[in-house]
Structures are given as structure tokens and as C-alpha cells.
Design a binder for this molecule. Sequence first.
Ligand code: NAP
Length: 325
Amino acid sequence: MKPKVLITRKIAEPIIEKIQEYADVDVWDQEDVQIPRDILENKISEIDGLFCLITESIDASLIDKAPNLKVISNMAVGYNNIDVDTATKKGIMVTNTPEVLTETTADLTFALLMATARRLVEASDFLRDGKWETWSPNLLTGQDIYGATIGIIGMGRIGEAVARRTKGFNMNLLYHNRSRKPDVEQELGTTYVSMETLLSESDFVVVITPYTAETKNLITAEQLKLMKKNAILINTARGGIVNEADLYEALVNGVIWGAGLDVFEKEPVPADHPLLTLPNVVTLPHIGSASIATRMKMAELAAENLILALKGEKPKHLVNKIDFS
Ligand code: NAP
């Protein structure tokens, strides 16, 4: 008998067909609607493999309802939506999709940095709203990127890819990471500094760490007040890493100059969220990895991980820190 798999969102048909070669597949086939929790709870009791997105909270109470589950394959590199400890205790493999999205997410991070520094969204709205009357010396002036100092918090795969992009802009590159990366320092000419030094010396601070107990509220009022008044904060990691109430206060009171946010504590971010009312914030709906080609690669890799796990082989990207063999 084939194992049973649930895919929690409509994905490309050829990928579903590939999974169907090994499993009986049930797809929540609404493209832009999240699978309701009660339906997920119901279906998880019968499946061997779960193909899910970051929108699903795979917590202990859900895992407890899944006696047959062998693998949770997340179509994302971040896996803070999954209780990995509980899964590991129950012998369930958790997999993710690193690498294939690195360059695309770095592109978006740099695009967001540039859009925030040069007020692109505000400028576009200004023009479309019919407010453009004349060229003016101080109209929509922003911050320079070329030659500025950038500080990257989280020098991992995406952090490094962002760092490489700064070279074309002749930027002075600082980084802070959990562990030092001497090879990256040598290759990219970057300097390891303390969090405090990075915050106080950077014109641009880019946050790109995973969301963990350690990185929750990594940036609060205390860190924001160390930043320069003309500095810009970019967060393409996860919402909870930057305290949103503190960021709002800092942006309103001129503690920092601007922010670019792809991620929020609660997603989708409510339309009346205070941060969405500020002109000096560029906000995006979590589209870091959203290129057509990359989303396809992520789905393919998630399917590959799922199939390998169901066959009893080692998936390409196993998150749990144990040996399942
Ligand atoms: P990665 O290669 O694992 O890199 C993460 C880096 O963060 C590592 O260098 C790690 O240091 C560092 N780090 C961890 N905890 C830290 C802390 N407390 N202080 C300072 N540095 C810390 O992961 P990645 O592939 O670059 O992805 C990073 C994150 O980006 C993902 O986890 C995900 O949440 C987010 N992301 C968002 C989008 C989006 O759509 N906006 C897309 C892709 C990814 P060590 O090397 O010492 O462990």
C-alpha cells in the first residue's frame, strides 16, 4: 500500500504527479486560501507525509494527532512554524529547502534596501496621485547607497549573498553572526564586529538570521537607539526578530530614518497595522523568495525531501539533529 501524503496548498501539477508515483496524495487545492486548522487536524491523523508551507503552524498539539507521520517537508528554508523538538522526539523527520532560494532572497533584500533608501514606493505614489508639479531640489530626497556602511546580522547563506551584492556599490561591509566566518571575512573583505558596533556604525542594518528563541526580539528600542539617525533597518528574516512596537516608535520619533520590512510578527499583517501608516517604511507581503523559477525549485526540493523520507532514505535537507538510519 502506498503511503498517504497531504499537500497543504496547490502546487505545480508535475510536482504533484511526481509525489503520486510514491504516494496517495491529497491536495488542499485552493491557491490563495490557507487550509483551515480543523481540516488540517482531521487529515493529519491519517497521513504518513506532510508537504506544508510556513503558513501552517505544525505545533505539538497537531503532531500529537499524527500517529503515522514520518516526515514534515516544509517548502521554505525557515522552519520556525514547526515544533522540531516534538517532531524529533516522535521520530518524525523535518526537512526544508535551503540554497535554491538564497540568491532570489538576497535580490529582494537588496531591492528593498534600495527602495527604502531612495523612497521608491512613496515617489511612485506621489506621481500617480497627481502631486508632481515641478522638479524640486529637495523633492523626495533619500539616502545614498554607494559608499555607505552596511551591517549584516546573520552571515549565513543569504547574508553572504547580500554581502556579495554590496561590492558593486563600494560599500563598507560589517557583519555580526553567532560564530565568526574567517573564510567569508577573507573572501568578501568584511569585518566581524559586536552587535553594538554594527548598530552604531552602519547606515544600513540588514537582519537575516533564522527566527529562534535566541533571535526573538533581537532588535528592540535598546538596539534601535544605538543606530544612526540617518540609518535604515531592513528585515527580510522573520517578523518577531524585530520588535514592531519599538520600531514604530523609533520611526515616528526620528531615532532611525527608515525601515524596509518583508516580514511581520503576525502574517498577513493587518491592514490597519501602525507600521503601514508611516511614509518612511516600505512594506512587502513576505515575498523574499518569490520568483517564478525559485518557487518552482523550492516545491521540487520539498517534494524530493518528502519522497526520500517516505522511501526510508536520508532527505537532502534534514533539519533534525539526529540520525534516522
Ligand atoms: P543560514 O544559512 O542558516 O544563515 C543564518 C545565519 O544566522 C547563520 O550564519 C547563523 O550563524 C546566524 N545566526 C543564527 N542565530 C544568530 C544570532 N542569535 N545572532 C547572530 N547570528 C545568528 O540561513 P539562510 O538560508 O541564510 O536563511 C536565513 C533566514 O532567512 C531563514 O531562517 C528564514 O527565516 C529567512 N528567510 C526569509 C525569506 C523571505 O521570504 N523573506 C526567504 C528565505 C529565508 P551560525 O552560522 O553561527 O549558525
